[in-house]
Each structure stands twice: as C-alpha cells, then as structure tokens.
Design a protein around this ligand. Structure first.
Ligand code: PMP
Length: 419
C-alpha cells in the first residue's frame, strides 16, 4: 500500500465482549436436589448445628437432647480434663495462634512436643504434623510420588487420597476395593524400575470394613512398591498399642508411612505422618501443604499431645469401645437391618438403605427420636449406596446403646425398613 502498512499490522478492532458466563450455574443441579430433599419435609442432614455439646456422646440439637452416634470421637477424649487443661495452659502461655508456617515462625514448643508424643505412640523415629489429616494425605502422596512414578490406590479411597494424587505428578492406578489379586495384576503391568507408592487404609470409613493389609503389603513388596497406610479410623483401639490395623496385622516393619489425624480418636484437629525412613525429615523441605499454610494453634497441639499420651494407656476405653461396637452391630443385625459388614470389624457400623428417600426418612425419624447418625450418600459412598453411618464412642454406656437400639427399631418400623 501507499503508506507501506501491511493489512495484518493494522490495529485490530477490540474483541467483542462475550456475555458474562455465570460460573455458579454449574451448581444448579445440586441446588435443585437439595431443594427437593427439603421440600419432602426433612431437616437438612448436611446443615445440623450442635447448639450445646454436653459430653462426647450428648448434644443439644434443635432444642432437643440428642445422643451422638455419628462423630469420630471414638475414644471420647474431647472432654478429658487433662486434655482440656493442657489446651488452657497453652492458650494462656502461647496465645491463640501461631501466625505462620512451620517452616518460619510457626513452630512452637508444643508442635515439637506433639511430634515427640507421636514418635512415642507409634514407636518410630519420625513424625511430621500437618494442619489437618486431609493435608497430610495431600502432602505426603503428592510429595512422595513424582513425575514418572506411580500411585496405586484402592478404588474406595478417601477423598484426601484422591486429591493427593491430583495434586502430584505421578501416574495414578486404581485397583478394586480390598482386592489383593487386582492389586497384584495392576502392579505387574507397571514398569519394574519405576518408583511406586501403594496407598491403603486400615479401616474404610464408609462401610467400616477392614483391609487385608497383610496380603496387600506382601503383594506391594513383591513388586518393589513402598506402602502408605491411612490409619485415621483405627488409631487408639486397633493393635496391641492402638497404632492401627497395620499393627494388628503385624506389619510394623513393612508399612513405610502411616498417615493419621487428630480429628478422630485424638479429639481435636490436625494430621500427621509417621515413618522410620532415615530421610523422612526431608519431607518438610519439599511438601507444599506442609510449607504453605499456617501451623496449628498452640492450644490444639497441646491438647493433641496430652490426648495421644493418654491413649497409650487407654486399655479400658479400648475395651469399652469394642464392646459398644459389637453390641450395636449384633443388635441391628438381629433386628434385620442390612449392614456394611457381616461381622463387627471396626467402630463404624453402617446401615444400608434402599435409596435417598428411605435414608432421609429414617435419618429424620432417628433425629426426631433424639439420635444423631451420619447420613452418607454418593459420591462419598461406594457403589452408589445410601448409608446411615453409626460411629461408636468409648464413652457410650450400655444403657445408651440399648436406647439407640430401641430408637432404630421404632424408626425402622415407622419408615417401613423393618417388616
Ligand atoms: N483419611 C481418612 C480415611 C478420613 O476418613 C479422613 C476424614 N474423615 C481424613 C483422612 C482427613 O482427616 P481430617 O479430618 O483430619 O482432615
């Protein structure tokens, strides 16, 4: 052209503005589903408020005294006087929070003390505390298994294990729930020289079933894989020292990493990983969910340390918890309820219902009668099941379990679950 400008170098018109897309519209099906549930007249099972909590087993919900049978307070430590005193003392001495990462200003005396309590409890050389159990799985899995390596996980793994896989760069391979042969087959297809991490859980939290860890760990070792076991739902009452299912099955020398939480048997909040690996401390240098978040408040780690030390000698509580679980499992089985496991395998007793409608009606009838249990549904549950999940506490009394059984029978008949 005369000016020497090439058409493609001329300034283009600004791109037309696209109409704004409402990113929230993807939640419309969820909103509609919840509304349909509420329209059927039930209380929202996912919006319960504890107005008062009177003990590990009793709360006031909607003005009514309610037995708690759906918390992870397995060992009933939340109101232990020594645990509460430790929290008060730390709050007074160190203030309400740390204002920083463990890597910088956020390591206080009691973070060191709780890690020592964990080393003593598990009889290991290494312990690292995270801000939640969710973050412990997120951090450990994404940091241990890197690019070109493999994470092999049970299909029914907890969301935090799945999310740990997503956060990292390893290839992810799933095997059928608790299926030793499937694990073997899938490991056999992977390159021999590649690093592999098999992630297992001692107790699976939806149905309360226990993993055949001995067989699975043997298969993992045969293929040269390291093993991480999440023992969130077994701490305090499984194995001679309450370390978990892996201890119960004699695998202390074979499981490389154990993940756990303070939010269940310990009775506060926080997560951890313990290990005897000589280089374990290096995790602190590389693990993003450990580094890029604030550490737990001093009162929380102090209560956790006191609780963990008491769990080391909690034989009576352990025995009571198992007695309670067996009593509930046996009673519900005798009434004709369909349960997640044929025998009592853990402190979780899952009642399987037909569908959402039946589960919601039953859940509501129990709540109206003064009993709180967990409503669980897909995608949290396996095989699209609707569950009323009961979790027992060492502090439930035999009389409370009798009342619970009575309430289940009445609700089961009212809703038509029992003939
Ligand atoms: N692992 C398993 C198996 C769990 O069930 C949970 C919590 N329900 C977690 C990890 C996460 O623990 P936290 O509540 O400490 O985040």
């Amino acid at each position: 052209t005369e000016t020497g400008l090439q058409p493609e170098t001329l300034p283009a018109d600004p791109a037309p503005l696209a109409p704004e897309r409402d990113l929230m519209s993807k939640f419309d099906p969820l909103i509609a589903e919840r509304q349909a549930l509420l329209d059927s007249g039930v209380t929202d099972p996912f919006a319960i408020v504890m107005d008062e909590v009177r003990s590990p087993t009793e709360a006031v919900i909607k003005g009514r005294e309610t037995i708690l049978l759906g918390t992870y307070n397995y060992m009933g430590m939340t109101f232990d006087p020594d645990v509460i005193a430790a929290g008060h003392a730390a709050l007074d001495q160190f203030g309400s929070g740390t204002n920083g990462s463990r890597m910088l200003n956020g390591t206080f005396r009691d973070h060191m003390e709780v890690e020592q309590a964990l080393r003593d409890f598990y009889g290991v050389s290494g312990a690292i505390v995270f801000s939640t159990g969710y973050m412990a799985n997120l951090g450990m899995i994404s940091t241990l298994a890197g690019k070109g390596e493999y994470v092999i996980l049970d299909a029914d793994s907890h969301a935090s294990i799945y999310d740990g896989c997503k956060q990292g760069y390893a290839e992810v391979v799933r095997f059928r729930h608790n299926d030793v042969n499937d694990l073997d087959k899938r490991l056999g297809r992977l390159p021999k020289e590649a690093g592999k991490l098999v992630v297992l859980e001692g107790v699976y939290s939806m149905l309360g079933d226990v993993a055949p860890l001995r067989e699975m760990v043997a298969v993992a070792k045969k293929h040269g894989a390291m093993v991480l076991s999440d023992e969130a739902h077994s701490m305090g009452f499984y194995g001679p020292n309450g370390r978990g299912v892996y201890e119960d099955q004699g695998l202390e020398r074979d499981v490389d990493f154990v993940v756990g939480t303070f939010s269940k048997s310990v009775g506060t909040v926080g997560g951890f990983c313990v290990s005897n690996h000589p280089k374990f401390e290096a995790i602190r240098l590389a693990c993003r969910p450990y580094i890029f978040t604030a550490s737990l408040p001093p009162s929380v780690v102090a209560t956790a340390a006191a609780s963990i030390r008491k769990l080391m000698t909690a034989e009576k509580k352990r025995a009571q918890l198992w007695e309670n679980a067996r009593k509930l499992h046996g009673g519900l089985t005798a009434m004709g309820f369909r349960l997640g496991t044929a025998q009592c395998e853990s402190a979780i007793v899952a009642v399987i219902l037909e569908d959402q409608e039946q589960a919601a009606a039953m859940w509501q009838a129990l709540l109206d009668g003064g009993l709180y249990v967990n409503m669980a549904r897909p995608p949290a549950t396996p095989a699209g099941t609707f569950l009323l999940r009961c979790s027992l506490c060492a502090e439930h009394t035999p009389a409370q379990i009798d009342r619970v059984l009575g309430m289940f029978e009445a609700a089961g008949r009212a809703v038509g679950v029992l003939a």
